[in-house]
Design a protein around this ligand. Structure first.
Ligand code: NAD
Length: 491
C-alpha cells in the first residue's frame, strides 16, 4: 500500500510532464505525427505522444541493429550486463511513484496496485534476469578423444516486443529483461493506450548507462508501427503479448517477410473449478471474486469461467455477489479504490455489449451489469450460464463472471477443456488424488490448486491452444532470445 494520500496523487498528476518522444538510439526524438493519450479516469488527454510510422520504426530497428552488430552490449561480459540491468532497476525503484502514477493515469489501474503489484513485478523481473545473466553455463558434450564440441547459447539478435496495456511494464519487462540479459537489443512497442510508463522506463535505461540503441521505445498504432516491426527484415525475434487475433497477424507478417521467430502470449477464458471438498469454500469464493475483478477483469488469466459443484453453487455465488457489491469502484488515484475504470471508451462499450448478449442469451444477472458514469462498470456476475453461451466462450477482458454448475468431476474437466484457449485453470479440492488427476487433465499452461494467480519469477508462464506458445518468466524465457550454436573442433 502506498502511503501517499489521495490529494497528493492528484496534485502530482496535475503537475506531471511525461516524456512524449520516441526513444531511439538512446535519445528522445519527435515523429511526423502525434496522438493523444487519454486517461480513462476522466476522458481527458494526459499528453500528446509522438506516433511512429514505418520511417521511425526503420530508425529504431537500425539503432537496435547497430547496437547488436557492432555495439558493446552483446560483447560485454555477462557480469557487466548484470550490473547495467541492476542500475536500471535501482533507478526504476527511485522513480517508483512516478511510474505508478503514469500507469494509473494512462490505463486506469488503481494506484495501490500500480505502486504495489505492478512495480514489484517490474523490479523483481529486471533484477531476476540481471542475476541470471552471469550464472548460465554452456555445454561441452563428450564427443570422443579427437574432438571438442561446444554448445553455446548465442544472443538471437534484435528483438521486437509488442505488448498490451493491461500491465504495461510487467508485460514489457517479461520480454525485455531476459532479451537484454541474453545480450540481445530491443525495440519495444507499447500499446497506444499506455506509452507513457514505457517512455519513462526508456529514459531510465539511458540514465543507467545502457548503450545507445540497446533499448528503444516506439509508440504507434498497432496496424502501422506493430505491423512494421512484424514485417521488418532487421528484426530477428518478435515477442508478442496481446489478443489471439493480432497474434495471427504476427505469424502472417513473419511468413511474408524474414521468417523471424514469433512468440505469442495471447488471450484466455480460464476455468476455475470449485469442488465441494475445497479446503475452505469461503476462501475459494473470495479468491474467485478477487480473481475476476482484479485489474478491472482486464487480465489474460482472469478466472472468467467459474465451474462450481451444484451442491455448493448457491453458497459460493452468494458470497461472490456480496463481494461484488462491496468493492470500491472509483478514481484510480484514490489509494482506497479497488477497481478503476476500463481502459477506453471503446473497450467499455465492448464489455457492455457482452453483458447485453449474456442477458439476451438467458444467463441470469446476479450482480452489477450496469455502466456507471464515465468508463466504469459495476462488478458483474452471471449464473445459469450454459456452455454454448457467448459469455462462457468469448474473452471479455472485463469484470464479468460466468458461473456454470456441474455434478461430476469428469464433467467439470470436460467443461473446463471445452474452450479454444489454454492459458490457466484452477481446481479447489482437499483430495490429493483429485488435485493431481484434475490438474493433469486440464489443458492449460498453468494450473493452480487451492489458489489463483500465484507465481514466482522462477516458474514459466504461457499458454497452449489459442492462448499461444512459448514461455515468459523463468530460465525457459531465455530460450526465446538465444540460439544454440555448435562448434566442432578437431583436435
Ligand atoms: P491487442 O492484441 O489489441 O494489442 C496488443 C498490442 O498489439 C498493442 O501494442 C497493439 O498496438 C498491437 N497491435 C494491434 N493490432 C495490431 C496489428 N494489426 N499488427 C501489429 N500489432 C498490432 O491486445 P490489447 O487489447 O492491447 O490487450 C488485450 C489482449 O491481450 C487480451 O486478449 C489479453 O488476453 C491479452 N493478454 C495476454 C497476456 C498473456 O500473457 N497471455 C497478458 C496480457 C494480455
Amino acid at each position: 500500500m502506498t502511503d501517499v494520500p489521495y490529494d497528493e496523487w492528484r496534485a502530482r498528476a496535475a503537475g506531471l510532464t511525461p516524456h512524449t518522444g520516441l526513444h531511439i538510439g538512446g535519445a528522445f526524438t519527435d515523429a511526423a505525427a502525434a496522438t493523444p493519450v487519454i486517461s480513462p479516469r476522466d476522458g481527458l488527454a494526459i499528453a500528446h505522444v509522438a506516433s511512429a510510422g514505418p520511417a521511425e520504426v526503420d530508425a529504431a530497428v537500425a539503432a537496435a541493429r547497430r547496437a547488436f552488430d557492432t555495439g558493446p552490449w552483446p560483447r560485454l561480459s555477462p557480469a557487466e550486463r548484470k550490473a547495467a540491468l541492476l542500475r536500471w532497476a535501482d533507478l526504476a525503484e527511485r522513480d517508483r511513484d512516478t511510474l505508478a502514477l503514469l500507469i494509473s493515469l494512462e490505463m486506469g489501474k488503481p494506484i495501490t496496485e500500480a505502486h504495489g503489484i505492478e512495480l514489484r513485478a517490474l523490479l523483481g523481473c529486471l533484477r531476476w534476469y540481471a542475476e541470471v545473466a552471469d550464472k548460465q553455463l554452456d555445454e561441452a558434450p563428450r564427443t570422443g578423444g579427437s574432438s571438442l564440441a561446444l554448445v553455446t547459447r548465442e544472443p538471437a539478435g534484435v528483438v521486437a516486443a509488442v505488448v498490451p496495456w493491461n500491465f504495461p511494464l510487467t508485460m514489457a519487462a517479461w520480454k525485455v529483461a531476459p532479451a537484454l540479459a541474453a545480450g540481445c537489443t530491443v525495440v519495444l512497442k507499447p500499446a497506444e493506450e499506455s506509452p507513457l510508463s514505457a517512455l519513462h522506463l526508456a529514459a531510465l535505461a539511458a540514465e543507467a548507462g545502457l548503450p545507445p540503441g540497446v533499448f528503444n521505445v516506439v509508440n504507434g498504432p498497432g496496424e502501422i508501427a506493430g505491423r512494421a516491426l512484424g514485417e521488418h527484415p532487421g528484426v530477428d525475434v518478435l515477442a508478442f503479448t496481446g489478443s489471439t487475433e493480432v497474434g495471427r497477424h504476427f505469424l502472417r507478417y513473419a511468413a511474408g517477410s524474414n521468417l523471424k521467430r514469433v512468440w505469442l502470449e495471447l488471450g484466455g477464458k480460464s476455468p476455475n473449478i470449485i469442488l465441494p471438498d475445497a479446503p475452505d469454500l469461503n476462501a475459494a469464493a473470495d479468491t474467485a471474486a478477487w480473481g475476476i475483478f482484479f485489474n478491472q477483469g482486464e487480465m489474460c488469466t482472469a478466472p472468467s469461467r467459474l465451474l462450481v459443484h451444484r451442491s455448493v453453487a448457491e453458497r459460493v455465488v452468494e458470497r461472490i455477489t456480496a463481494r461484488a457489491a462491496s468493492l470500491r469502484v472509483g478514481d484510480p488515484l484514490d489509494p482506497a479504490t479497488e477497481m478503476g475504470p476500463l481502459v477506453s471508451a471503446g473497450h467499455h462499450a465492448r464489455v457492455l455489449s457482452h453483458v447485453a448478449t449474456a442477458k439476451a442469451d438467458g444467463a441470469r444477472l446476479r450482480a452489477g451489469g450496469e455502466a456507471r458514469e464515465g468508463r466504469y462498470l459495476a462488478p458483474t456476475v452471471f449464473d445459469r450460464v450454459t456452455p454454448s453461451m457467448a459469455v462462457a466462450r468469448e474473452e471479455i477482458f472485463g469484470p464479468v463472471l460466468a458461473v456454470l454448475e456441474f455434478d461430476e468431476v469428469d464433467e467439470a474437466v470436460a467443461l473446463a477443456n471445452d474452450t479454444d484457449y489454454g492459458l490457466a485453470a484452477a481446481v479447489w479440492t482437499s483430495d490429493l488424488s483429485t488435485a493431481h488427476r484434475v490438474s493433469r487433465a486440464l489443458r492449460a499452461g498453468t494450473v493452480w490448486v487451492n489458489c489463483y494467480e500465484e507465481g514466482d519469477m522462477s516458474v514459466p508462464f504461457g499458454g497452449v491452444k489459442l492462448s499461444g506458445h512459448g514461455r515468459d518468466k523463468s530460465l525457459h524465457a531465455l530460450d526465446k532470445y538465444t540460439d544454440l550454436k555448435t562448434t566442432w573442433i578437431e583436435l
